[in-house]
Design a protein around this ligand. Structure first.
Ligand SMILES: Cc1cc2nc3c(=O)[nH]c(=O)nc-3n(C[C@H](O)[C@H](O)[C@H](O)COP(=O)(O)OP(=O)(O)OC[C@H]3O[C@@H](n4cnc5c(N)ncnc54)[C@H](O)[C@@H]3O)c2cc1C
Length: 391
């Protein structure tokens, strides 16, 4: 590429760093700059949850700050991009500064879904999305808390389990049952039987939170069905939504995420998107591994050696409450094989659609999770799945 060409990356997460590394590997001369609104270098976001156990909170950096210097990748912190001018090919930041780009990669991730309920602005209501949230949460956890976690998904339960390890009392609350995307009714009953014995922990499902109450500080939550739960801290873990604001502002196509093809190209040939902010083949992933893969594919397209991002099925893993859980694909339906060992608290099911493996979950013993992932993605037949020892 000509030495005038530059790539601007907005966002400082998995997709951004993966793209920058691949761009540098492909072109030692290319001018590459990462602009992130965070105040620390890119870090391993999934480890935020476990940061609750460490004071002071040490972020697990993806690469040391020296790496960006030695690789000649400009890393610009505290830079919040607020507008893209596609005609002029510029990005404007909240501090009114402006930069030009030849190619632009949007890798701005997601933001947490915060329910619009009364009391949500009280000072002891928080969600865990970035390192700043972690620092604020650790301040609140300096005294023993009675915590309500709103959200019954993997991240809410993982956080609940970590909070219990640092001796807080935790109630997980949700309108739907636990892990609604990961387990069917039988799996959920088995899992609940294990976790109901955990001390200082309660699960309240079947009703959403109507309001967070308290005069100036959190004193409890009221549920739609009339129940009241006392608490002095509320953590919201009710899902995340792709950041499409920049795409919307500059007129790029978007739906659930910024619309991209399988080479991470948006509707503007100079602009790419990757990671949690992007939607490919009607899917947003919300996971670390595809964000890395998409960053790399975006880089290859910018370098003029396009690779293809292949959508595949990713599983979710949860190591919490003294047991493990792995789930992938579709986990409901009549055509399934069940393996149950009550003595050792192991339970798994594999589901079939036609004659192919379409999903499954494992509670307790998750040793075969890689084999299950392969079976789902390669659409093993029942016979193949049996042959490979999956049941
Ligand atoms: C608590 C927690 C636990 C998780 N656990 C797991 C797990 O166990 N396994 C897993 O696979 N995934 C997990 N995830 C999800 C995983 O972290 C994400 O899928 C992954 O980080 C996505 O990478 P990304 O680069 O697309 O976006 P992000 O990592 O979200 O990075 C986006 C970056 O863009 C910045 N940004 C946003 N808007 C702007 C702007 N306008 N200007 C400048 N910068 C901007 C953000 O500040 C952020 O630095 C977890 C997420 C959280 C929050």
């Amino acid at each position: 590429m000509s030495n005038q060409t530059n790539v601007v990356i907005i966002g400082g997460g998995a997709a951004a760093v993966s793209a920058a590394k691949a761009l540098r590997a492909g072109d030692p001369e290319l001018k590459i700059d990462i602009y992130t609104k965070e105040s620390i270098p890119p870090y391993f976001r999934p480890s935020l949850t476990f940061g609750v156990m460490s004071t002071p909170p040490e972020p697990r950096l993806i690469s040391k700050p020296e790496f960006y210097v030695s690789s000649n990748i400009g890393l610009h912190l505290n830079m919040n991009a607020i507008a893209i001018d596609r005609e002029a090919k510029t990005v404007t930041f909240a501090d009114d500064s402006k930069i030009s780009y030849t190619y632009l990669l949007i890798a701005t991730g997601t933001h947490r879904v915060i329910p619009k309920i009364p009391g949500v602005k009280l000072p002891e209501v928080i969600s865990l999305c970035d390192h700043r949230d972690l620092k604020a949460l650790l301040e609140l956890l300096k005294v023993r808390r009675n915590i309500v976690v709103i959200g019954t998904g993997v991240l809410g339960l993982e956080l609940a389990s970590v909070l219990l390890q640092v001796k807080h009392h935790v109630t997980v609350v949700g309108a739907s049952g636990l892990l609604k995307n990961q387990l069917n009714a039988a799996g959920r009953a088995f899992y609940e039987e294990i976790i109901k014995k955990v001390p200082d922990f309660e699960v309240v499902t079947g009703s959403a939170v109507k309001e967070i109450c308290g005069a100036g500080r959190v004193e409890g939550v009221n549920l739609i069905d009339g129940r009241h739960l006392e608490c002095d801290l509320v953590i919201i873990s009710a899902g995340a939504t792709s950041n499409v604001d920049l795409a919307q502002q500059c007129g790029l196509e978007y739906d659930k995420g910024i619309a991209i093809d399988n080479q991470m190209r948006t509707s503007d040939p100079a602009i790419f998107a990757a990671g949690d902010c992007a939607e490919v083949a009607c899917q947003t992933f919300g996971l670390w591994e595809p964000a890395l893969a998409q960053g790399k594919v975006a880089a290859s397209a910018i370098l003029g050696k396009p690779e293809i991002f292949h959508c595949k099925c990713y599983g979710g893993f949860l190591n919490a409450f003294g047991t493990k859980l792995y789930s992938i694909g579709f986990v409901d339906g009549d055509d399934s094989v069940e393996m149950r060992d009550d003595a050792n608290k192991n339970y798994s099911q594999i589901f079939f659609g036609g004659d192919s493996v379409v999903g499954g979950f494992m509670i307790g013993d998750t040793n075969k999770m890689m084999a299950l992932t392969k079976a789902v993605n390669e659409q093993y037949t029942k016979a193949q799945a049996k042959e490979q020892g999956l049941f």
